[in-house]
Design a protein around this ligand. Structure first.
Ligand code: FRU
Length: 924
């Protein structure tokens, strides 16, 4: 705002000063009046004097400027020069015409064109001039005649040498002289026609020698011709002839008279000064007379000295005037320069003053603005401090709330386990009355939902605190996605939803954290199922795309609006339709977890056209360098169906909840081993004991140290221990037992409510065999225990070639024999890659159905799966034996290729043959 105004002021100031200076210069350059001067010629002294007089007079008229031309005594030249002067736009013409007749027409036309004309000395034939300046030539002739008659005593002979006849002074002087002579009849006058110049005298006078003898006096019309006549007379021997001239100018006529070369001379003033003065008057519109006759006198020996002195004085004065004029002019020039300088200085000074004022004004304005800004700044700073303080308070309050919430969530887990487990137990129990089943089902469903929510929120909390680490393993996504999708099979069947994994890949290896990616896929799958109507489809495609693996989950649901698409992954976003029953946590958590994997997730959808969730995960292991990413010990992962899957299935199944009756296996089975349960929580210890005592012999301990003592007393088949316990905790217990050769082989399962990855990792480093996070499902626990005991037993079997203990049914000897035969046939054919169930049936003499009926209860798995297990167990044995390459072992155990062997080995054992070879020594 200030600046443009200031610039405008400065600009105006500069313009003002420029105009001021310009006006000063204009005054200097007022137009001068131009006088054209046409001189007939200027070789003689008289005309030189005329020019000098003009110049002197011009000194006093600085507004006049002259353009001077001389015609070299030629009338034609003079006419031409006058024309040229007129073309130069002269304001006035001063002319001394050479001859009257040739010059009259041009001067006539100049005068008639409106240009004032001053004729000097000689005149024209017409009256076309403004003013004539010069002496009266008739008077000049008369004066000379009278003086001559007087000198001669009124008698004698005179020769008269005239000027140029065509010029007016010659005619007038002749007339004046004749007029004077008329009174003296005794004086004889002979006329010679001269032309003002010495040549005409030199040509004619010597021819008149005879006449000269009788001549006493010569009258020449000017001093030039008079002096020439004197010289010739002396040369011809007539020094006594006295001569009278005209002009009497210093340096010529006056000197001749002074030196007595001439008797006398008639003063003939040039009129140069008078002509300039008259011109100035005319140009300044003042009156001048038409004829201005200049005074004339006879100069002879009586007055020549005095006149000479007067002339000298005048000349000296005039020189002084010229000098002073020059001085004046130079001073005037200096004055003008100084005046201009002063003007410029003054202008600059004014400019500086104005700029100074401007600066002061701006500075004041700046100071005011600065003060205002400072005040505003202070206000802003104090407001920002207040805001910071408030933000800090809010953050602290939020932290406290979140901490409180986290602690409460931790605390919720154990009670939730204790709600879920009896509910599940009651549902499994066939004796539970039908009217209670629905209530238990409801309890289980809601407790599961609550747990899911608590778990997801705690995961978010961990993400927020940057405490979540990835424990990645190189995983076959085809197997992984397929396995998880199968969890939804029952639900898909119930709701007639076409649920399929579509992929051309047989194998797609990718580094992922199983557990976290399981949560992601579960969330995305369950979201798809939630919004797909009965009879719709959920298609999962899996394909590599450059450096990423793409998992696309396409549903035929209601689709999403643009707003829903944009906000779907926001925490606690409850969309119009899609999330109306959800907590708004699942997808937000999924996005964070995918991003932890350096992947992306987005949704493509149009309203009513279904939705496609696209998850892109990086292939290769370059991204594992990122902070918070650890390579997990492959043996630590225990695949299981996530607890939430069942709750989800129950919630979204179309049919009412009906549970399969679960046979009470505990009642049917012998106790197959002993388990040491180490748990400080009395309820949980009691619950675990109740759950497991049907199958196993249970030994209990209330804390870690009691657990260690009892382990060494009883040597149980497996230890189930809590981690968080007073005194000695579960990790210390694991360390002690795994370090002792007597107890190192005992599998240890750790239980805890702590879910941070650091704790989990710590647990695994102690060589615990499994790790279950509370709340766990009792059947998952049972399966884990069974798996660990079975693995130990399988190993033992193949190291001792005994029949696995759990494959021995409680039945009679014939059954045992049958199983021995069954195993023998398999053992015999292990190296045969084409060995099939049909071959087995043929060798045992049984149909397929008979075989399945006989062996299913004992094997608890399919026959093919059992054969594969046996191949792997044999392979493990051969690896331990050493001495064979993996390719040789592959062919000896019936695998068609080493790569198929390796894949199968990993699928069954969770690790590659090489990893097994490197590590087997450490766990047995
Ligand atoms: C100079 C002059 C003078 C004379 C005058 C007459 O040129 O010859 O000597 O008086 O001209 O015009």
């Amino acid at each position: 705002m200030i600046l443009p105004k200031t610039i405008a002021m400065g600009r105006n100031l500069v313009i003002f000063l420029i105009l001021l200076l310009f006006a000063g210069c204009m005054r200097q350059q007022q137009r001068q009046l131009v006088i054209g001067i046409s001189q007939l010629g200027d070789a003689d002294a008289w005309r030189k004097e005329m020019k000098a007089e003009m110049d002197r007079e011009l000194v006093f008229n600085p507004d006049l400027r002259i353009i001077y031309r001389q015609a070299g005594y030629n009338s034609q030249t003079q006419v031409q020069q006058i024309r040229e002067l007129v073309k130069k736009k002269i304001d006035l013409l001063i002319v001394s015409p050479n001859e009257a007749s040739p010059l009259t027409p041009i001067i006539d036309s100049v005068y008639k064109s409106g240009i004032p004309v001053i004729t000097v000395d000689r005149n024209i034939n017409s009256g076309s001039y403004t003013s004539f300046i010069g002496a009266d030539n008739i008077e000049v002739g008369r004066l000379a005649g009278t003086y001559a008659a007087d000198f001669l005593g009124q008698k004698g002979s005179i020769i008269e040498i005239t000027g140029l006849q065509s010029s007016t002074p010659a005619r007038q002087r002749e007339k004046g002289f004749a007029d004077a002579m008329a009174a003296f009849p005794q004086i004889n006058v002979q006329v010679i026609r001269g032309d003002w110049l010495e040549g005409s005298v030199q040509q004619q006078l010597p021819a008149l020698t005879d006449q000269l003898r009788n001549t006493q006096l010569i009258f020449a019309h000017n001093d030039v011709m008079a002096n020439t006549a004197a010289t010739i007379c002396r040369q011809l021997g007539f020094p006594g002839i006295r001569i009278i001239g005209v002009d009497a100018q210093p340096g010529t006529g006056l000197t001749f008279v002074e030196h007595k070369t001439l008797l006398a001379s008639v003063l003939y003033p040039t009129g140069g000064g008078e002509a300039i003065r008259a011109a100035a008057r005319i140009l300044h519109k003042q009156e001048v007379p038409k004829r201005d006759f200049l005074r004339t006198i006879i100069v002879d020996s009586t007055n020549v000295v005095m006149l000479q002195q007067q002339f000298n004085k005048v000349i000296a004065q005039q020189k002084d005037i010229v000098r002073q004029d020059l001085l004046l002019k130079s001073q005037a020039k200096t004055f003008r320069t100084q005046k201009n300088l002063i003007g410029v200085l003054l202008g600059t000074l004014i400019l500086l003053l104005m700029l100074a004022c401007l600066l002061i004004y701006l500075r004041r304005k700046n100071i005011r603005a600065y003060k205002l800004l400072r005040t505003q700044n202070n206000e802003i700073r104090s407001q920002s401090e207040q805001l910071n303080e408030m933000a800090q308070q809010i953050q602290e309050a939020t932290e406290q709330k979140l901490n409180f919430f986290t602690n409460v969530s931790h605390e919720l887990k154990t009670p939730l386990t204790l709600i879920l487990a009896p509910a599940e137990e009651a549902l499994r129990n066939t004796r539970t009355p039908a009217y209670l089943r629905e209530s238990f089902s409801l309890i289980r469903k809601n407790a599961s939902r609550l747990l899911l929510l608590v778990n997801q929120l705690m995961d978010f909390r961990k993400l927020e605190l940057n405490k979540m680490t990835l424990r990645v393993q190189e995983t076959d996504l085809v197997l992984f996605v397929n396995e998880l999708l199968q969890s939804f099979e029952g639900l898909a069947r119930q709701r007639n939803i076409d649920c399929r994994l579509l992929t051309r890949e047989t194998r797609l290896m990718c580094w992922i954290d199983f557990e976290k990616m399981e949560k992601v896929l579960f969330n995305v799958f369950s979201n798809a199922f939630k919004f797909t109507p009965d009879g719709g489809h959920v298609h999962v495609t899996l394909e590599p795309d450059g450096q990423t693996a793409l998992i696309k989950v396409a549903d035929s649901g209601t689709g999403l609006s643009n707003e829903e698409k944009e906000r779907l992954f926001e925490l606690f976003y409850q969309g119009n339709v899609r999330n109306q029953n959800g907590s708004g946590v699942g997808l937000a958590l999924s996005k964070e977890l995918v991003e932890l994997h350096k992947g992306t997730i987005h949704v493509e959808s149009e309203k009513h056209r279904g939705a496609v969730f696209v998850i892109a995960l990086p292939l290769g292991d370059a991204w594992l360098q990122a902070p918070g990413v650890l390579k997990a010990d492959p043996s630590g992962y225990q695949p299981h169906m996530p607890a939430w899957v069942e709750s989800f299935q129950m919630e979204h199944s179309a049919a009412p909840v009906t549970l399969q009756e679960v046979p009470d296996t505990a009642a049917q089975q012998d106790r197959t081993g002993s388990i040491l349960v180490v748990e400080d929580n009395d309820d949980l210890r009691r619950f675990l004991t109740e759950q497991l005592q049907g199958t196993y012999h249970i030994i209990t301990a209330k804390n870690g140290s009691e657990g260690i003592r009892k382990a060494f007393e009883e040597f149980p088949d497996l230890v189930l221990s809590d981690i968080m316990m007073p005194d000695t905790d579960g990790l210390q217990l694991t360390n002690v037992l795994k370090a002792d050769i007597r107890t190192a082989h005992i599998p240890i399962v750790l239980l805890t409510a702590k879910t941070t990855d650091d704790n989990r990792l710590e647990g695994l480093r102690t060589n615990a065999d499994a790790y279950l996070v509370k709340p766990f499902r009792i059947d998952v626990l049972e399966q884990t225990i069974r798996g660990l005991l079975q693995n130990r037993q399988h190993l033992k079997t193949h190291l001792t070639t005994a029949i696995p203990k759990e494959v021995q049914p409680a039945g009679g000897k014939s059954e045992k024999r049958f199983l021995a035969d069954f195993n023998a046939v398999i053992e015999k054919n292990l190296a045969n890659e084409h060995f099939s169930v049909q071959d087995l049936c043929r060798e045992l003499g049984l149909s397929k159905i008979q075989l399945y009926r006989k062996v299913k209860p004992s094997l608890q798995m399919g026959v093919n799966e059992y054969i594969l297990n046996q191949r792997i167990q044999k392979a493990r044995y051969l690896i331990r034996q050493g001495g064979l390459s993996f390719a040789e072992i592959a062919y000896q155990t019936g695998f068609s290729s080493p790569s198929y062997f390796s894949t199968s080995f990993k699928k069954i054992t969770g690790e590659t043959p090489k990893a097994y070879k490197d590590q087997f020594g450490s766990i047995w």
